[in-house]
Write a protein that binds this ligand. Structure first.
Ligand code: TXA
Ligand code: MG
Length: 354
């Protein structure tokens, strides 16, 4: 792989934007902000660009990429929507109208123009129209459909700031467009429209309830919720241990005072043996901890604030060299499903119930 001197430039600077467009057109990679997390973009129709994405991230090549578009008409070019039943076609169009641009990815049968190098060998393609102005401008000005996974090194927490991308991909890509901290903080909701019933393959900011209100019955991929290890998630990316910090993360679940008591005990025990320990807690509970390193992750009552802070908090644990990390379970909001999906994976399923 080439060794780049990675530049980080302001995404709202027109000169930086032009440079980014030129790189994409030349088959090179550019990291850019979206409303969910930073993406690592390349030309979705150029198999060599897709190969570079996998190499830069160290990502398994059977894990398909999401294609980012700026205009609904692009769906026709990339996907064969006529290959799914009429009712599913209507529902797919309805979702695009309702939630694009925004944090929703739709899976459809692909057209030949989309290379297997981008879809991880699948006959389907994941498509999303991001709402972030810099992402929109990059797609429109370059005239390119941008394949973009999250811009982290494979297995690390997704990047919510340009600095996170620099930590993971410095020297591996030529340019990062800096758009500051992202708004949402967890990746898009993925809905598969190629089966009989619309199916959520990855929970996100657009919740099952929001989808159901628009199109009626929506399923969740059973592999996401059932403990049966033999079920394979339909989104290949959901099978990998993911989002993981370097320390051993454990989630403690139960009522609030039982959680703080247990975490205080666990911290004291680990600290007495000389380990560095950190705690992830919501604003409402931070004062109840006796441990020295408590990182605040939003407000208990407002899942959006937790989502926005979660990945940065996991990276802070790494930065302070935490060997053990204890996190409250972030239950009880509309976004709990999406947040706990990430946190449980980051914890390698280590959950203590109190
Ligand atoms: O919010 C997002 O979606 C971010 C930003 C950058 O747009 N992107 C993102 O991409 O999260 P990535 O590559 O980190 O995650 C893509 C997920 C993976 O789990 C992958 O397996 C799944 O989407 N996926 C992509 N194409 C698919 C397909 N054709 N069928 C099933 N799953 C697919
Ligand atoms: Mg990712």
């Amino acid at each position: 792989m080439e060794n780049y001197r990675t530049e980080q430039l302001n995404g709202s600077d027109p000169v930086a934007m032009e440079k980014a467009c030129a790189l994409l057109k030349a088959g090179e990679l550019v990291a850019f902000p979206t409303e969910t997390v930073y993406g690592l973009g390349g030309d979705a129709l150029n198999p060599e660009a897709s190969a570079k994405i996998y190499a830069a991230k160290g990502r398994p090549s059977d894990n398909p990429l999401i294609v980012h578009i700026a205009d609904v008409a692009a769906v026709e070019e990339l996907a064969d929507i006529s290959a799914i039943p009429d009712t599913m076609q209507e529902k797919a169009k309805h979702l695009m109208e309702a939630f694009w641009p925004g944090p929703l990815t739709v899976i459809l049968p692909k057209k030949d123009i989309v290379p297997h190098a981008t879809t991880g060998g699948l006959e389907t393609v994941a498509i999303r129209m991001p709402s972030h102005p810099a992402a929109m401008e990059l797609i429109k000005k370059s005239g390119i459909f941008i394949a973009a996974p999250s811009a982290n090194a494979s297995g690390r927490p997704s990047p919510t700031k340009a600095e996170h991308v620099m930590q993971d991909l410095s020297g591996r890509i030529p340019l990062i467009l800096d758009g500051g901290a992202v708004g949402i903080g967890i990746e898009s909701t993925i809905v598969d429209m190629t089966g009989e019933v619309p199916t959520i393959l990855r929970p996100g900011f657009i919740t099952k309830k929001m989808l159901t209100e628009m199109i009626g019955e929506v399923m969740i991929d059973p592999a996401l919720t059932e403990p049966d290890k033999n079920l394979r998630p339909k989104a290949p990316g959901m099978k990998y241990t993911h989002y993981a910090p370097q320390g051993e993360l454990t989630i403690v679940e139960g009522n609030a005072s039982a959680i703080t008591d247990r975490i205080n005990t666990l911290c004291a025990e680990k600290a007495s043996r000389g380990f560095t320990v950190s705690v992830l807690a919501t604003e409402e509970h931070v004062a109840a901890y006796t441990c020295p390193h408590v990182i605040t992750v939003g407000n208990e009552a407002d899942g959006a604030t937790v989502a926005a802070r979660l990945y940065a908090a996991l990276r802070e644990c790494d930065a302070m060299g935490a060997q053990y990390i204890y996190s409250e379970a972030f239950d009880g909001t509309e976004l709990s499903g999406a947040i706990m999906n990430r946190l449980i994976k980051a914890a390698g399923h280590r959950v203590i119930k109190v």
